[in-house]
Unconditional design. Structure first.
Length: 292
């Protein structure tokens, strides 16, 4: 990183990360040491361990570090929103406090964002440690998001990314306070045809215990993708349903022709297909008129 590098602010949400927070902050500070205008904001999200105490001590040693604290745990997305609101730069970098992301890639991702609204560190590098239990539903969720966004999305919820603050502020009203913040941001940017780049990075096993619950959070992700997809790309979300209903209607009608009798089942299926199709078109018209 050189002095002519565009200044940026690194936001790190922290909740009960006493085992990793010191090393993470020190490593980020080293990356920012030759960029006088760059800053680091760590948001302690109501930690009940020694995280806040460690951060307060680090703030005395590192002049570029600002520590903000929530009195109670508000959620990953809420912590990011707090940090972003306090940032004074247009360019924002976010990463996790658990030691899982390659901190040395922050300058590279920030440089890549010169021509993009967002650059995502996609966890597809040569050294990636993933929970096998979580990787299975993520494959299907990634395919679903790729269909809605009309392009391949290699990582839907990476916690290491760079984006423009004014662009994010266009979507802040729909960004949740939970872990789904990054998933929603990815889908919102892509469905609005914002220039987004995915850069492969490594991903290590986190330090300490994960706060994610696979079954509950996978269901939440799926629900969120459905809601966000309906908000920005309703036709893409409903098209497979209309297609499936259409095939079922066609099959039922052909069977009725073979029997020589039009059944109520075929009529009901045809009405479902028509209503769903019309609903998709109306939702798309509303979306286009709203100018999102």
């Amino acid at each position: 990183m050189t002095e002519d590098h565009e200044e940026f602010t690194v936001i790190v949400p922290c909740f009960n990360e006493e085992q990793a927070i010191r090393d993470t902050v020190v490593e980020i500070a080293e990356q920012l040491s030759i960029c006088a205008a760059c800053r680091l904001i760590v948001v302690n999200d109501g930690s009940k361990d020694r995280s806040l105490d460690l951060l307060v001590d680090l703030a005395k040693e590192i002049p570029t570090l600002e520590v903000v604290s929530h009195e109670r745990n508000l959620g990953y997305g809420a912590a990011l929103k707090t940090g972003i609101a306090r940032a004074k730069t247009d360019l924002i970098v976010i990463t996790d406090a658990d030691g899982s992301y390659p901190i040395d890639q922050i300058p590279t991702l920030a440089r890549e964002c010169a021509d993009f609204d967002m650059v995502v560190g996609a966890r597809t590098g040569p050294q990636v440690t993933h929970s096998k239990l979580r990787s299975i539903p993520k494959i299907f969720l990634a395919l679903w998001v790729s269909w809605i966004a009309r392009q391949k999305v290699p990582d839907i919820n990476s916690g290491m990314r760079v984006f423009r603050k004014p662009v994010l502020e266009c979507y802040v009203r729909i960004l949740p306070n939970s872990f789904s913040f990054t998933t929603t941001l990815t889908l919102a940017m892509l469905t609005n045809y914002r220039p987004v780049k995915f850069v492969p990075i490594n991903y290590m096993a986190r330090v300490g215990r994960s706060k994610i619950e696979p079954v509950r959070d996978t269901l939440r992700f799926a629900s969120l993708i459905l809601r966000t997809g309906m908000y920005f790309a309703p036709v893409r979300v409903l098209a497979p349903i209309v297609f499936a209903l259409g095939l079922a209607t066609l099959g039922s009608l052909l069977y009725d022709v073979w029997l020589g009798n039009l059944t109520d089942k075929s009529v009901i299926l045809a009405m479902f297909t028509l209503n769903t199709g019309v609903f998709a078109l109306l939702a798309d018209m509303i979306d286009k008129r709203s100018g999102r």
